[in-house]
Ligand binder design. Structure first.
Ligand code: ADP
Length: 164
């Protein structure tokens, strides 16, 4: 059976930490589907279709990775619909671990066939989050090395439009 993993997230925006996790996941699984959440409670900078386009450009070098929009439905239902038998998530810290283990237990309760696989963050990127990067960009700090180049440029443009 083909090993297909769904990597769900809000990716607002997609960072080098996310990219590192996807690249490593793509070596483990036959296929990785990046599911971009359409509806989350978070304050987003990018629309789902902007996020989709930016991520697509950033993973174009990975032939077994594709990007999909995930509608507001249960992750386990979406995974089943996409034919995924694994969930892929990244863990940066104990805080992520505490949060992720509850989600994993709930997803297991909802679907026993779906196994969650965690990859520990690359130490180079373990301190970054999409929200921290937005905060720093907003106040003019340089975080270019933590973002795929087109995404950093898009953030600078977005910041300028937010300021107006
Ligand atoms: P969500 O809103 O689902 O938490 P995110 O886009 O913030 O979505 O994160 C998606 C996944 O990527 C989560 O499992 C998160 O722990 C992981 N992740 C976020 N930042 C990093 C990073 N710098 N390195 C590795 N994994 C990360």
């Amino acid at each position: 059976m083909k090993k297909i993993a769904l990597f769900p997230g809000s990716f607002d925006p997609f960072t080098m930490g996310h990219l590192d996790t996807v690249e490593r996941g793509a070596r483990i699984f036959d296929e990785v589907i990046l599911g971009v959440f359409v509806n989350t409670g978070k304050k987003n900078w990018f629309t789902p279709s902007e996020r989709h386009e930016l991520i697509k450009a950033s993973v174009a070098h990975l032939p077994n990775v594709r990007v999909e929009a995930q509608t507001s439905e249960l992750t386990v239902d979406y995974a089943k619909k996409m034919g995924a038998n694994f969930l892929l998530r990244g863990i940066r810290s104990m805080k992520d671990y505490e949060y992720e283990k509850d989600i994993m237990a709930m997803n297991r309760h909802l679907d026993q066939d779906l196994e969650t696989v965690f990859l520990l963050a690359n130490p180079q990127y373990a301190h970054i989050s999409s929200s921290l990067l937005k905060e720093v960009v907003l106040f003019g700090g340089n975080v270019a090395e933590y973002l795929p180049e087109p995404i950093y440029q898009a953030m600078l443009r977005k910041r300028d439009s937010l300021e107006k």
